[in-house]
Design a protein around this ligand. Structure first.
Ligand SMILES: Nc1ncnc2c1ncn2[C@@H]1O[C@H](COP(=O)(O)OP(=O)(O)OP(=O)(O)O)[C@@H](O)[C@H]1O
Ligand SMILES: [Mg+2]
Length: 918
């Protein structure tokens, strides 16, 4: 490895290089100390390369475990290249040296004379050129060599640089004070992530974090774990995760395990599998396992090998991977007996006891299985779904009855889906398929399968069947399953139209569930089932929800879905903002991916397209192959829509075609409707209003396969624009009138807004202004994208009425927002209008918004920092290191013209206010 490839070692390397460079004038003896895998050999290699580049002679030795008992073996390795020069030594010294190496028939060499002889040899060698000596793995050098090297280091004169390296072990004291010590510490978090990015750029953020957590800044561990990242399930488990280590890692972290006496191995194993570092507990369990009295002294050999340290209270491993390496070295039966012993002595925690008991047996045991399953509720509640999965899977393995086994595996698979781990869901479901299941569990398994990539059957018969099952589940007290089934039914209604009887059945089911409970999922089910008749009811129920008191991200997502369904986008954004934070915190990547889909949809309408695009990009990252086909199709359609709105026509059309050919589109008119809307927007951008009108009309036509009840709401405003351009006002007005009845009934703020906009755009000159003003005053006009379009249309209308100076203000305001969004076509129109009004855009008028000042990532960092988050918290949210966060802030401050973090919030407010009100 070249030196510039060593991360975080600049200071140490500079020190070493300085020593070598100055070798002409003065000698130096340096001892590099650090744990296994920390980079000692890598640093020595760098020193050797430098010496060779400088043309200095170089001598090297390295300790080896096999030769540790052979006197002077290490010294022999060092001096072998220059043994011919021994001829110049005084006879006694020469003989002593050759004796030491067994090259002479005398007795073993006298250590003192051998040392003198070595010093003389090295001095001779350095007479003409500075000499560099390197000794690696000093802890494994034979005792005699260590003494000679200590002696040499104390007497080295000028012109010799001696660099030795060792893990920190007690034997090193024998080297004495001839060396100055340079410590190689673990890499810090940012350095570790830098190395990981280089080693494995494709690692997903979760895996990268898991590797970094495990490696704790040890480069060897980072390299090896990055090559074979551990599965994440075992994170957060009460008992240490079983991680499979490469032979290199096993050797590095427990290489000398075999040197321990039996009692030392026992206690080390117990400590390695223990769920707590408590010394009394570990000793009690070791005593139980080995059947005798055990005191703290049994830990001393392991301490001497540098594997751990301990005091009266606790045992601390020198690195977490030591535990994994120790466990890997032991047999299954010994690991189980250590767990059993711990299970027997733990009295303080039923959770830990259950885990140890469960991993201490390999026979079926319903009692232990039930105990373990009982711990999962607490694990899930405290956000440790990974622990719950492992517990449930283990409980399944221990279950006597096949039905119980299936039930537990299914529960585990459901948790895995929440964590967004499709491979694990598949694996667990595979086990479920081979088990006997109750009827309800079979339904649960089917729903789960649909959610992680399966095709969803959307026909009315299936809807009716799901509703019937939901009713039965309610009758049998399985309320949660009933809500889940109702949810599955209404989602089908969202994807494609269902026949009237099935729809009526579903709505009555949703009403029944809602009357039974106002929990978030029931609100969402009702809102999706019947956003019109129950719209107002849902909106007022949502008004009563205080999201700040809710800590369950899935609950908030359900509220957001409900709010979006009834057109209350302001509430939906509020719920989702918080849901996103909570889901991330808990690592619930499954629900997070679904929430991101909704975020993208919402932000598209609201007017933060960067955020919408970022949400979609993250969705794609999180859900490769793990999402239901409908979510994937929805995300594709939204991506197409952003592209179309931003004028990226080719990309938009390609995505539209993908959407139309996706499996979801085969059974869901929703995706066809969305595709038509994108085609409509593309038409507007190309001034082909006739095409736009034709494409969008299909969404409103119940006989057309692209018709979709809910999607037509989002098409209204574009339809009206196209109609106004093509003289189809009367026909369009009629379509709007029909929808007005729906809007009035449902109370949907967004639909009201779209209709108001549509009517204003289609109105005759004598009524238009009133309509525009009413539109601007409406609640949904606080959403930037919506407002900008009204402002643009109003400004254009004013200008056409020759009220040129009045037109400028709305046009300017629209232009700023539209430029910020990147709504190319609309911004160009606003600019044209402004120019036509004689007020060419003032210089710099579009540079005042945060979005035009900051990059996407900087905007995100600024937004989170303005909410009072620390760099670490921001880093966790965005999966970047705290150091990167601070470098973003470093760039953000001057851009925003501020100098402290505390000023960000006020400055952002100021900028948004200006950019939106101008
Ligand atoms: N700072 C670093 N940046 C990048 N790679 C590193 C760094 N330090 C070490 N490595 C790599 O990590 C691996 C382990 O390093 P190295 O063998 O030098 O460790 P060591 O301290 O000598 O360990 P041991 O005590 O087991 O001999 C090597 O592949 C090395 O190239
Ligand atoms: Mg080494």
């Amino acid at each position: 490895m070249r030196t510039h490839e060593l991360v975080g070692r600049d200071r140490v390397l500079a020190d070493l290089f300085e020593a070598v460079s100055a070798a002409g004038e003065r000698g130096d003896a340096i001892l590099l100390v650090g744990e296994a895998g920390i980079g000692k050999t890598a640093c020595l290699t760098a020193v050797a390369a430098l010496a060779q580049d400088a043309g200095y002679p170089l001598l090297r030795t390295v300790g080896s475990e096999a030769e540790r008992q052979l006197p002077f073996a290490g010294l022999h390795r060092l001096l072998r290249p220059i043994l011919a020069s021994t001829a110049t030594l005084p006879d006694v010294q020469r003989r002593a040296l050759l004796d030491a190496f067994g090259m002479h028939d005398g007795a073993a060499g006298d250590r003192f004379v051998v040392s003198i002889a070595t010093v003389n040899l090295l001095s001779q060698m350095s007479a003409r050129h500075p000499l560099v000596i390197i000794a690696d793995d000093v802890q494994w050098l034979d005792e005699q060599t260590r003494h000679v090297l200590a002696f040499v280091a104390r007497r080295l004169g000028t012109r010799v640089v001696f660099v030795a390296a060792a893990t920190s072990l007690p034997q090193l004291r024998e080297l004495g004070d001839g060396f100055r010590e340079l410590r190689l510490n673990r890499l810090d978090v940012a350095e570790a992530h830098r190395l990981l990015t280089r080693l494995a750029p494709g690692l997903d953020p979760g895996q990268r974090q898991a590797v970094a957590d495990l490696a704790r800044g040890n480069p060897l561990a980072l390299i090896e774990l990055a090559a074979a990242p551990p599965t994440l399930t075992t994170k957060d488990c009460p008992i240490p995760a079983r991680i499979s280590l490469s032979p290199q890692l096993e050797r590095a972290f427990a290489g000398r395990h075999h040197e321990l006496p039996q009692s030392g191995r026992d206690v080390l194993l117990v400590a390695a599998v223990a769920s707590d570092a408590s010394l009394p507990e570990i000793l009690a369990a070791t005593a139980r396992m080995s059947g005798g009295r055990v005191g703290p002294e049994v830990l001393e050999p392991a301490q001497q090998l540098g594997l751990l340290s301990f005091d009266e209270n606790q045992v601390i491993f020198s690195h977490p991977l030591v535990k994994a390496a120790v466990v890997q070295k032991e047999s299954i039966s010994r690991r189980q007996s250590a767990h059993r012993a711990l299970g027997a002595v733990i009295t303080v925690s039923s959770l830990r006891r259950a885990w140890h008991r469960a991993f201490g047996t390999s026979s079926y045991d319903d009692v232990i299985a039930a105990e373990l399953e009982a711990t999962t509720a607490a694990s899930i509640k405290s956000g440790r779904a990974g622990a719950a999965i492992l517990a449930l899977e283990r409980a399944a393995q221990l279950s006597v009855s096949p039905a119980e086994r299936g039930r537990r595996l299914l529960l585990a698979a459901r948790q895995a889906a929440r964590l967004g781990r499709p491979d694990e869901v598949d694996r667990l479901l595979q086990g479920v398929v081979n088990s006997e299941l109750s009827e309800f569990d079979r339904v649960r398994a089917e729903l789960l399968h649909e959610n992680v990539g399966g095709v969803v059957i959307t026909d009315s018969l299936r809807v009716t069947h799901l509703c019937a099952l939901a009713r039965r589940a309610t009758a049998e007290g399985e309320r949660s399953l009933a809500v889940e089934l109702a949810d599955a039914a209404v989602r089908r209604r969202c994807a494609a139209p269902v026949e009237a009887p099935a729809l009526a059945d579903m709505i009555s089911l949703a009403q029944g569930l809602w009357r039974g409970s106002s929990e978030a999922r029931c609100v969402a089910v009702l809102a999706l089932a019947d956003p019109v008749a129950h719209g107002r009811e849902v909106i007022s129920a949502l008004e009563a929800v205080d999201e700040r008191g809710i800590t369950d991200g899935e609950e908030l997502s359900a509220y957001a879905v409900a709010a979006r369904a009834v057109g209350d986008y302001t509430a939906a954004v509020r719920f989702l903002d918080r849901a996103e934070v909570l889901l991330r915190e808990r690592g619930l990547l499954g629900p997070l991916a679904r929430a991101l889909c909704v975020v993208a949809d919402l932000q598209l309408e609201v007017g933060d397209w960067d955020r919408a695009a970022a949400a979609l990009a993250e969705f794609a990252r999180l859900s490769v192959a793990s999402m239901s086909v409908s979510h994937r199709a929805a995300a594709m359609a939204t991506t197409a829509k952003i592209a179309a709105l931003r004028g990226e026509t080719a990309a938009a059309l390609e995505l539209v075609s993908d959407t139309e050919h996706s499996p979801a589109a085969r059974s869901g008119s929703r995706y066809l409707a969305r595709a038509q809307i994108v085609r409509g927007i593309v038409g507007i951008s190309a001034d082909k209003h006739g095409e736009t009108y034709a494409a969008l009309r299909r969404v409103f036509d119940p006989m057309d396969p692209s018709h979709h009840f809910r999607e037509q709401f989002d098409a209204v405003s574009y339809l009206a624009e196209a109609a106004a351009h093509t003289g189809q006002q009367a026909q369009a007005r009629k379509m709007l009138d029909d929808l007005q009845l729906v809007a009035d009934r449902s109370g949907s703020p967004l639909l009201q807004m779209h209709l108001a906009y549509g009517r204003a755009v289609l109105a005759s000159d004598d009524t238009a202004e009133k309509l525009f003003l009413a539109c601007l005053a409406s609640e949904a006009a606080s959403l930037p994208w919506q407002r900008a379009r009204v402002q643009l249309a109003y400004g254009r209308w004013l200008r056409r009425q020759q009220r040129v100076s009045q037109s400028r203000e709305p046009l300017r305001s629209a232009l700023t927002t539209l430029q910020r969004l990147g709504a190319v076509k609309w911004a160009a129109e606003a600019l044209d209008e402004l120019e036509a009004s004689g007020a060419a855009d003032e210089p710099g008028s579009n540079t005042g918004s945060p979005h035009s000042l900051l990059s996407v990532q900087e905007s995100k960092v600024a937004r989170l920092a303005s909410q009072g988050m620390s760099n670490r918290e921001i880093g966790q949210q965005l999966y970047i290191s705290p150091r990167t966060v601070s470098s973003h802030l470093y760039r953000i401050f001057p851009k925003l013209g501020i100098s402290t973090r505390g000023q960000i919030a006020a400055r952002l407010d100021e900028l948004y206010l200006h950019s939106d009100s101008r």
